[in-house]
Design a protein around this ligand. Structure first.
Ligand code: CAA
Ligand code: NAP
Length: 247
């Protein structure tokens, strides 16, 4: 198979780590993009090396900042070569009922979870089109599909991710570049573990499979979308949520 260069944002988080690992297992060269303020990068890299992932390239950048993304992708290209696969995975929550939500909580979530797609995809999409091959994978959420009380900011951003995916897919369809989204349900990462235990218990009970998803289940979906055989799929959203749609 052709080895591709895959850049994953939010690479050192729960889902990001699994996406990096699964893409590496599938033979891709992985660039792990992390937040400049993340303190445990060296520890993370050591853990990955101990687990057999010895070739991760690391680059730092703030996905909510256009200039930072420009510099980060330039560094990634210098270290690993042109980016063939972009996984827009970095994200945050600032959950609050809308009546109490502050403007900075709205802005932080929209900038990090939605404007980041502009900031990152701008750096790679035209070059992918010129080379005639590319995969852009955007991590949305079940809560962007169904809406979630306490997450007007996050649901808006994640629904926006799906709209962006469908529009860009049409623009790039004839250029060999696919653009798809994954809408995970509740996955066992620190983002979900931050939910109050009593609230989380109710959420898990509402999932038909009665469990949280595993990060590697999202990584496997990225491997599929990045594969040659997924070349006819674009503008799609893969709902991977244990059966949770409208509860
Ligand atoms: N629908 C409608 N109203 C609701 C509600 C719901 N689902 N849940 C709570 N409310 C109401 C309550 O009844 C209460 O009403 P009153 O003031 O009239 O009594 C009011 O909203 C406040 O509720 P809380 O006591 O829960 O308020 P809080 O300030 O303690 O907590 C919250 C608010 C932080 C948003 C909390 O409800 C919460 O964590 N909810 C879960 C949100 C969620 O699912 N987040 C997912 C995070 S993980 C993620 O985002 C990953 C992903 O993509 C899946
Ligand atoms: P996570 O463990 O908290 O990982 C999120 C990662 O994004 C962290 O590494 C974080 O870095 C990084 N990040 C945040 N802001 C950033 C910024 N401005 N610039 C660069 N990196 C930034 O959460 P996760 O569960 O793996 O979430 C990954 C993605 O999946 C998110 O988009 C999330 O919305 C989505 N998602 C998650 C679930 C779920 O149930 N877990 C469900 C649906 C969708 P720092 O920690 O250093 O800030």
């Amino acid at each position: 198979m052709t080895q591709r260069v895959a850049l994953v944002t939010g690479a050192m988080g729960g889902i990001g780590t699994a996406v990096c690992q699964e893409l590496a297992k599938a033979g891709h060269k992985v660039v792990a993009a992390y937040h400049p303020q993340f303190d445990n990068k060296d520890e993370w890299l050591k853990e990955q090396q101990a687990a057999g992932f010895k070739d991760f390239v690391c680059v730092a950048g703030d996905v909510s900042d256009l200039a930072s993304c420009q510099a980060m992708v330039a560094e990634a290209e210098a270290k690993a070569g042109p980016v063939d696969i972009l996984v827009n995975n970095a994200g945050i929550t600032r959950d609050r009922m809308f009546a109490k939500m502050e403007k900075d909580q709205w802005d932080a979530v929209i900038n990090t979870n939605l404007s980041s797609l502009f900031n990152m995809t701008k750096q790679v999409s035209a070059k992918m089109a010129e080379r005639g091959w590319g995969r852009i994978i955007n991590i949305s959420s079940v809560n962007g599909v169904k809406g979630q009380a306490g997450q007007a900011n996050y649901s808006a951003a994640k629904a926006g991710v799906i709209g962006f995916t469908k529009a860009l897919a049409q623009e790039l369809a004839a250029k060999g570049v696919t653009v798809n989204a994954i809408a995970p349900g509740y996955i066992a990462t620190k983002m979900v573990m931050a939910i109050k235990p009593e609230v989380l218990e109710g959420i898990v009970n509402s999932v038909p499979m009665k469990r949280l998803g595993k990060p590697e289940e999202m990584g496997a979906a990225c491997v599929y979308i990045a594969s040659e055989n997924a070349g006819f799929m674009t503008g799609a959203t893969l709902n991977i949520n244990g059966g949770l749609y409208y509860q």
